[in-house]
Design a protein. Sequence first.
Length: 318
Amino acid sequence: MQVRFGYCLVLLGALLWGGVGVFSRTLGQMGLTAMEVAALRMFVASIFLVPILLAMGAIRDSERAGRRGFLRLFRISPQGLFWSALVGVFGLALSSATYYISIEHIGMSTSSVLMCTSPMFGIVLGRILYGEGITNQKIVSLVFNVAGCTLAVTGGALEIESISPIGVGMGVCSGLMGCLLTIFSKAATRYARPLTVVFYGFVAGGALLSAFANPFAKIAGGMPSGFYWVAAAFGLFPTVLAYFFYMTGLSKGLEASKVPVIATFETVTAVILGVAIFREPFGMGKLIGVCLVLASIGIMSTDVAAQRRKLLERVRSV
């Protein structure tokens, strides 16, 4: 039951991640570059988490010991800080940076497809680092997932703007970095609470992204009306809440090799929002892609062993 609840939390986090494109496109229309948007997202999320962690620390301490300790949830062991920093540097900052660099060289659709290699890395690294088995179930789910994500993103028409080794390499790296988010997050939540991991991950990721882009210089020069509301919503919903659900789900003992597949529900949400809000075309290719992604998630999240036991029990009872 706990594992199933964990998968539901990861799915909920992926649902919120699907809104990243809506906010990114809106902020881009307000004058920010893609890298500036990524850096702004980390910093706004960090600011949101400060009062949340202070309040939660005070409440928990007053309930348990009759005293208030506002900084309680900011405390983290050296091991937890190490893994949280890796989450921020690789899973957040470098994942965004490599993806945007790839877009500059080979276009968005091809970069998005290459980023969908994350589940492949997940299965391999899950085997190497955690000894998780590579089963037929995972292979079938992976095939469905990669095919589904490709169709959902491209609609079956992959437009390669140019063949660039740098672009392809950065696209594959973005998939690897996305996988490392799962690997490092699973390790980090062993030493710290999910929200604490999220906070230090955002701080580390924002610090690194600021080396590539500084959004505050442009913001100081003046932004359109409504900018601060959009930035706040961007930092809260598809960032703070999404990563909180995701990290909490990982802390429930999920297999690292399965989580990247479940998280591709983000692609489904992004496609639906693109159609609903920006009137993007939705043809048969995208429909098939969405169905394949949903099928892959269903296959991966099914407990085959438990289903086999139930079937045997029914046969014996007959």
